[in-house]
Design a protein around this ligand. Sequence first.
Ligand SMILES: *[C@@H]1O[C@H](CO)[C@@H](O)[C@H](O)[C@H]1NC(C)=O
Ligand SMILES: *[C@@H]1O[C@H](CO)[C@@H](O)[C@H](O)[C@H]1NC(C)=O
Ligand SMILES: *[C@@H]1O[C@H](CO)[C@@H](O)[C@H](O)[C@H]1NC(C)=O
Length: 377
Amino acid sequence: MTITMAFSFNHIVALVFLVINLSSFGLSQDDQDLTKGGSFIFGDSLVDAGNNNYLQTLSKADIRPNGIDFKASGGNPTGRFTNGRTIGDIVGEELLGQSNYALPFLAPNTTGRVILYGVNYASGGGGIMNATGRIFVNRLSMEIQVDYFNITRKQIDNLLGASKAREYIKRSIFSITIGSNDFLNNYLMPVLSMGTRVTQSPDAFVDDMINHLRAQLTRLYQLDARKFIVGNVGPLGCIPYQKTINQLDENECVSLPNKLAVQYNARLKDLLQELNENLKGATFVHANVYDLVMEVITNYAKYGFSTASVACCGNGGQYAGIIPCGPTSSMCSDRDKHVFWDPYHPSEAANLIIAKQLLDGDARYTSPMNLRQLRDL
Ligand SMILES: *[C@@H]1O[C@H](CO)[C@@H](O)[C@H](O)[C@H]1NC(C)=O
Ligand SMILES: *[C@@H]1O[C@H](CO)[C@@H](O)[C@H](O)[C@H]1NC(C)=O
Ligand SMILES: *[C@@H]1O[C@H](CO)[C@@H](O)[C@H](O)[C@H]1NC(C)=O
């Protein structure tokens, strides 16, 4: 009897200790997350994690079979425009050890301490310029994405207090993947670009883009962002959509979209160098997505793909590049063997290769440092 009671007493003491330890473990876990900062993601459909689910828009990916390989949703669509994880998801996992992906700003449950993992503002159809993506009726342009970060910024002040919040933001990674739609769904649109292409030379349009992006990045800096990675625009002329409508051969790409991308990319590189010099304490990493994606497309077999021209999910023409991916689309049987998931977006397999190079690659693809080095600054 006595022995049993003593045991019970010890048991209770042990339980109490366990509870105390667990709660202090919980606290130190929070602190640990804070020391790594969060992942704040801005951009277009390449990194949208579901914001467009909450918009009245024609640019949506909340339908099957999008997300079919996304483990966290059990293969259900999430609003990601790919079969699995985006580059933003993969980078968040690797850099911050996140099991929780940065949640879409517009999702109702993106509130409270979960925002300390980071927040995703990206929106399919969005661009640097306000007018970009008008064809989709609604989307979050970069300007609005920064406005929304300003709201998050105040929420973080409330959660952590002003001084801890500032330190946390300074440690966080700000990734910006934008610009493709300014060409695809603005400058290059046959009817909707109406005035633009008539009144603006490519030089003037690119100039406008760079000036707007400079202002947008500077606003993020004013809100205490210090660690930036900014992707350039990929080889737009090589996506299945462009190759299909222009009826190109397998190993060809459309030249005008690529030429515009290259022109913008040169100016972006200069802009980031300028900001590195002018904005004290900030680091802007330039991600050379164009060369990286071109390398994967050109040498696709070396990376384990069977095609870099045919979309896995989509319909129309030689490269399944006209009708976007949806429930009635035809879908390839081996999704890891296609560079492109749909007429516009890379597959998760391609995203993994791209993300790996951004994280750990050399000066060909990231400068002045790679993402892991940026985190450890
Ligand atoms: C937020 O809501 C979405 C959609 O209902 C759900 O998939 C997700 O798991 C939720 N996230 C959290 C952190 O509760
Ligand atoms: C773009 O939209 C934002 C937010 O609605 C607005 O504040 C800004 O003035 C607009 N910029 C231009 C150039 O139209
Ligand atoms: C953030 O919002 C406040 C208003 O709440 C405004 O005064 C400030 O200029 C905004 N900052 C930026 C960088 O947009």
